[in-house]
Design a protein around this ligand. Structure first.
Ligand code: GDP
Ligand code: MG
Length: 363
């Protein structure tokens, strides 16, 4: 899963990126709107993986992973005529699966807001508008293309071209009304067809309101499908992440207690990312490797097999399934088998979060 951390300059993107990746990317650098991307892969720390690893003692233990990129260079454009995203920036954004949109709410006298005054609602809307305009450009160009094709009689499949035109006209109306494409109820088929367009307002997004250390939640509303609004105390979280990375558990616990932090932002934002993308985890176990895999919540056993390797999906015979809770509760595979908790499941079995799978296949 690849998520991009986006936001206006000095909103705290790099600070939050550091908190998420336990990293040390330099913050507070004015990029002057220059397009710049730093990427880090984060292990999804799942205590269940650690328990399984102790149980099977494998050569290798592998967590699920999320890639976060810190995307600098997004700015509000004053150009009423269209979006101000550079082609390279747009290209990078289009390739991401979702966004973490950082919005500045913190006051910091030594870091003046580029617009002179902190206003989270305004900044949130500013980038949304930027993305909307970008999508509108894409949609309008596509509509012209389809219409041209229909006029010239160049479209091989007229019915398909007409259906596509209808879809793009609906999208055009949505965007023109100031709504992101996320609000549309599109079929899987339609979404698949749209994948190549990299439409920005179709991508799921977490809006992270970046608060000062003891600032109250400004309580903004953001009611959209496939969007989550949350708050974070970015700088505080970065400092806590640094304590955690340094292994200073005692000081970390003290600060977390003092500031009422129950879960580090790393874990919290990872959980939000999973929710946002509609993901769950399943596990594979063995002497060689204990591993966590991410998969859609509506995935079946064949999808799970395919997540491991396309060959496993192609030659799928059945899946041996035991739930993590049963496996651990019954002290291991032997116990789970005796208790009848190790089941044989077919292709259409719907995978549950925490399932331990062994795919039987034949090529
Ligand atoms: N007071 C306060 N300052 C912050 C917070 N987050 C970031 N900053 C400061 O704001 C400046 C810009 O942050 P940075 O993460 O570099 O912003 P970016 O331009 O969006 O990557 C840095 O000096 C940070 O220390 C916060 O939550 N509270
Ligand atoms: Mg930065």
């Amino acid at each position: 899963m690849k998520l991009g951390i986006i936001g206006l300059p000095s909103s705290g993107k790099t600070t939050i990126f550091n908190a998420l990746t336990l990293g040390n990317a330099p913050t507070g650098q004015s990029m002057g709107g220059r397009f710049d991307v730093v990427t880090a892969v984060v292990d999804v720390r799942d205590p269940r993986v650690d328990v399984l690893s102790r149980m099977f003692n494998p050569k290798k233990t592998t967590y699920a992973r999320i890639t976060y990129s810190d995307v600098a260079g997004l700015q509000r454009s004053d150009d009423e005529a269209g979006s101000g995203l550079s082609p390279q920036l747009l290209n990078h954004l289009s390739g991401l699966e979702g966004f973490v949109h950082v919005v500045r709410a913190f006051e910091n006298a030594s870091v003046p807001h580029p617009d002179g005054r902190v206003d989270a609602a305004r900044d949130l809307a500013a980038l949304d508008t930027e993305f909307l305009l970008s999508d509108l450009g894409v949609v309008e160009r596509r509509i012209e293309k389809i219409q041209e094709g229909l006029k010239k009689g160049a479209s091989k499949d007229k019915a398909a071209a007409t259906a596509e035109l209808t879809l793009f006209e609906t999208m055009n109306e949505t965007l023109t009304a100031g709504q992101p494409l996320r609000v549309l109820d599109l079929s899987d088929e339609q979404l698949k067809g749209l994948r190549g367009y990299g439409l920005l307002t179709l991508k799921p997004k977490i809006v992270l309101i970046n608060l000062g250390d003891d600032q109250a939640d400004p309580a903004l509303a953001y009611d959209q499908p496939r969007a989550i609004l949350a708050t974070i105390r970015g700088r505080l979280e970065m400092e806590l992440a640094q304590l955690s990375a340094a292994g200073d558990e005692e000081t970390l616990a003290m600060f977390m207690d003092e500031f009422g932090v129950t879960e580090l932002s790393l874990d919290r934002v990872i959980h939000l990312s999973y929710d946002l993308m509609g993901l769950q985890s399943f596990f594979t176990v063995g002497e060689d490797e204990v591993r966590a895999w991410e998969i859609a919540r509506d995935a079946n056993a064949v999808d799970a097999a395919g997540a491991i390797h396309t060959d496993l999906a192609k030659g799928f015979i059945r899946a041996e399934v035991v739930h993590y809770d049963d496996l651990v509760g019954l002290g291991g595979m032997a116990g789970a088998r005796t208790a009848g908790k190790l089941r044989q499941e077919g292709k259409t079995y719907m995978v549950r979060d925490g399932d331990v799978l062994n795919i039987k296949f034949n090529l």
